[in-house]
Design a protein around this ligand. Structure first.
Ligand SMILES: [Zn+2]
Length: 432
């Protein structure tokens, strides 16, 4: 008996599977189709082949009429949960220096966001965060990593973990939680005082991380290892505590200076090392050798006008597996992975194939979820997006455009932004 599908997606000009083959780096299938059963992909291939291989008699049909079908983006690096907004700071920074803005009595940077997050109610943060998740989802992100890190204290960080759980339970997007209690030091801690500094690290290592791991409140433990934040030695101690608690290690490093973070990440090894503006060629080789995934964050470099944008080309040429992320945070309010791909190609030396697979399969690998998501492959979650573009090349061509006309998450269809030619699902009555 042929396997029976309950959703048949046809009429694609191209299915871009992001499951590469020989001389087909994006895994493009011309006039392809996808059969879905429940939440999973049953089969993908040329439309005629799918019609032959699967029983479609009970399937609803979504004819996408010449559009493109693509895997949902996996946004593997975000700080989507925070309170408040720094719009005023950013507007002023267009024409004034940081010192001038601060002279007006306006708080800036991560400390400002920690203050706003601590001052907001849980409901306010949840409401703000879920509206950002909405925007990300409607631009194609079906799985979104979410870091804590604007609480920086026991109760404030656990409150952000609670919000991650609520987001995952109340939104169709998959939310993957990361504990980033070491995103900064608490404002009440003098980071130049070794005793005070160590006291917060002890709280992380001995009290917070063991509970996060024991209660499975997060999958990853992340840290900010850079000048002015955590040293490579401190980062190693914290990430090892995470490993002992069952949390996979990730690291923000080499963003503003090289203090040995990526060398340590390769030695540990960490699952991912993110930012990497000042990573040396030797360190790229170490990362490639130990399988550390390099997470490239083009929107952050754009948002802060980084003097040394990360060299994505060099990472790939040194054999580092890369992934892309928005790094949505209060200092880089970017919800669009499409924009991130455009910037990755235009500013960071990546090909469209490298950027698109980095935004899908690369992200899935960065979340240790490559068996479940990241490509249009049989057995994976039916996480898909429909693009209203004549060709995949148009993705890098049309800057700031939202190509998404529908998002499909775990086999369920969510209409996107098409008003002139909306997609219609046919055959609503199911066989029983
Ligand atoms: Zn980050």
């Amino acid at each position: 008996m042929m396997p029976s599908a309950d959703l048949f997606i046809c009429g694609a000009r191209e299915v871009i599977t992001c499951d590469p083959g020989p001389r087909n780096p994006m895994g493009i299938i011309a006039r392809g189709a996808v059969a879905v059963a429940g939440e999973k992909i049953l089969g993908v291939g040329p439309e005629e082949k799918i019609r032959e291989e699967f029983d479609l008699s009970c399937a609803r049909t979504l004819d996408i009429r010449g559009r493109l079908l693509v895997p949902g983006f996996v946004d593997c690096h975000t700080h989507v949960v925070f309170g408040g907004s720094r719009a005023r700071e950013f507007e002023l920074r267009m024409t004034q220096t940081l010192a001038q803005v601060e002279a007006m009595g306006i708080k800036t940077g991560i400390p400002a966001s920690i203050h706003m997050t601590r001052s907001a109610s849980e409901q306010e943060i949840f409401k703000d965060s879920i509206s950002r998740v909405d925007a990300m989802f409607l631009q194609g992100s079906t799985t979104i990593e979410s870091k804590t890190g604007y609480g920086i204290g026991y109760d404030d960080e656990f409150r952000l973990l609670d919000i991650n759980d609520r987001l995952d339970a109340s939104h169709p997007a998959g939310i993957v939680s990361t504990f980033t209690g070491a995103h900064d030091f608490p404002p009440e801690t003098d980071r130049d005082d070794p005793t005070q500094r160590q006291a917060y690290i002890d709280l992380l290592v001995n009290e917070m991380i063991p509970v996060v791991g024991r209660d499975k409140r997060a999958r990853f433990c992340d840290i900010y290892c850079d000048e002015g934040y955590y040293t490579a030695r401190e980062a190693e101690d914290i990430l090892k505590a995470g490993l002992n608690a069952g949390l996979l290690p990730r690291i923000h490093t080499d963003a503003y200076a090289n203090i040995g973070g990526s060398t340590m990440a390769a030695r540990l090894p960490a699952l991912t090392a993110d930012h990497l503006n000042y990573t040396t060629p030797e360190e790229m080789d170490l990362m490639a050798h130990s399988g550390v995934i390099g997470v490239v964050l083009p929107a952050l470099d754009f948002a802060v006008s980084h003097p040394d944008p990360v060299n994505g080309r060099a990472l790939v040429d040194h054999g580092v597996q890369i992934a892309l992320g928005t790094n949505l945070n209060p200092g880089n309010w970017t919800t669009s992975m499409q924009l991130v791909i455009q910037l990755a190609c235009r500013n960071h030396g990546l090909s469209l194939a490298e950027a698109l697979t980095g935004a899908t399969m690369g992200g899935a690998k960065a979340l240790a979820m490559a068996d479940e998501i990241g490509s249009i492959s049989p057995g994976k979650q039916a996480d898909l997006q429909v693009w209203d573009l004549p060709s995949v090349n148009d993705l890098v061509y049309r800057i700031g455009n939202n190509a998404v006309t529908a998002v499909i998450k775990s086999g369920k269809i969510y209409p996107g932004n098409t008003l002139s030619d909306p997609l219609k699902l046919k055959g609503d009555h199911r066989c029983t």
